[in-house]
Design a binder for this molecule. Sequence first.
Ligand SMILES: [Zn+2]
Ligand SMILES: [Zn+2]
Length: 442
Amino acid sequence: MELKELLGSSFECRCGKTHTVPTEKFFYAEDAFGSITGLIDTYSPASSCLIIADSRTYGVAGREIADLCKNGGAKCSCFIVPDHDGESPTVDDTTRDLLLNRTADSDFLLALGSGVINDLVKWVAFLQHKPYIVVATAASMNGYASANVAATIDGLKVLFHAAPPKAVIATPDILLNAPYELSAAGLGDVLAKPVSSADWRLNHFLFEDYFCQFSIDLLKDLEPVYLKNPDKIRNRDSDAFKALFTALFYSSIAMTITGTSSPASGGEHLVSHTLDMLATRKSCSHDLHGRQVGVSSILMAALYERILTIDQPRFSLPPSQVDETFWGALTPAVAKEYEAKLPKMSRAVEILNQPGNWEACKSAIKPHLIPARQLKECLRHAGAVHRYSDLRFNKAPVTQDFFVSVVSHASQMRSRFTILDIAVLLEIIPEETEELIVKWCK
Ligand SMILES: [Zn+2]
Ligand SMILES: [Zn+2]
């Protein structure tokens, strides 16, 4: 389906659901800002528009957009979300409450930013039933049009429902000139797609969970553009960036229409979330989401390759408790997720030990996968991080021991069943964790 047919549409899908796409417009063009005043008129004719940015994103286009709005006759003001401990703002309840207060008198919100600013505005727009649009400042993540926000509450990542934007606006000029590590992170996030869709298909096979092939196929035509031409991303080729940004956008649409993050988030995201949670627990910094996801995606693809070589597997149940030494103060929250996962683990063992099921399971997941080598080479040629030691935790490179430990425990932190769990049931985790990490991520 063409993008313009998809936007704002509602249609019956072969998966059995009626999909509704709440985002109605997508602009990627040099003159994309020309659409802003028209959008304000459409969605909130008598509006007072509040432009929300942080100090960095305001510098990118804040004044230009404010002038455009004023010249177009819209009542418009700006709010710059304050930094958090000298770093970028965070998506948490304190910042949300600050914004709820500041946006109370505005009818229309314009987010100028990427991950954090877009998430904050999407959250507040939902709570206040207000329309919002986003002007993207980087092709850094796949959450632009998703309906969820991952916020940090008391040190834990918690998912909240939120309102997708009415429109996503990007200019090649801004995206191409954004700090390159942000675009490279976006590539890392979108490269999770093959392994996360394999994880999703795995859940469909084992537990008959809901699954939608249509949402996966949305990226089918775009994927080869960046996968086969990573050098073009590195050289800031306009067409390659368009493909990357559009793929990130489609990826967020896939999550919104299916009502789950499963099309774009599997075991690799659990590794990334674990790094985030450990950092929050220690009140220290972690790396960019997409950088963590990119490195972890290589490893997940390698784990899939490893399990596909096994013909006569022996599945055994994992420990019934989470590792308190590793999780520390996070143990109660993690234990709750893990408890919800244990029945799935038993069920998976029961199913996969029945004759013929392992072969059928392998055939179901295989078509979704891309070789680990190809993912690694794509990231490497794009100048993106592809080794654990490229990642920063507490401002220092991630060490091998720490990464091995994170990967070995990541499956415990969410009830979602992924390749990490299959690896645990086959005892590849912990027995071969280090070997695979050395082979693929060193
Ligand atoms: Zn569907
Ligand atoms: Zn992600």
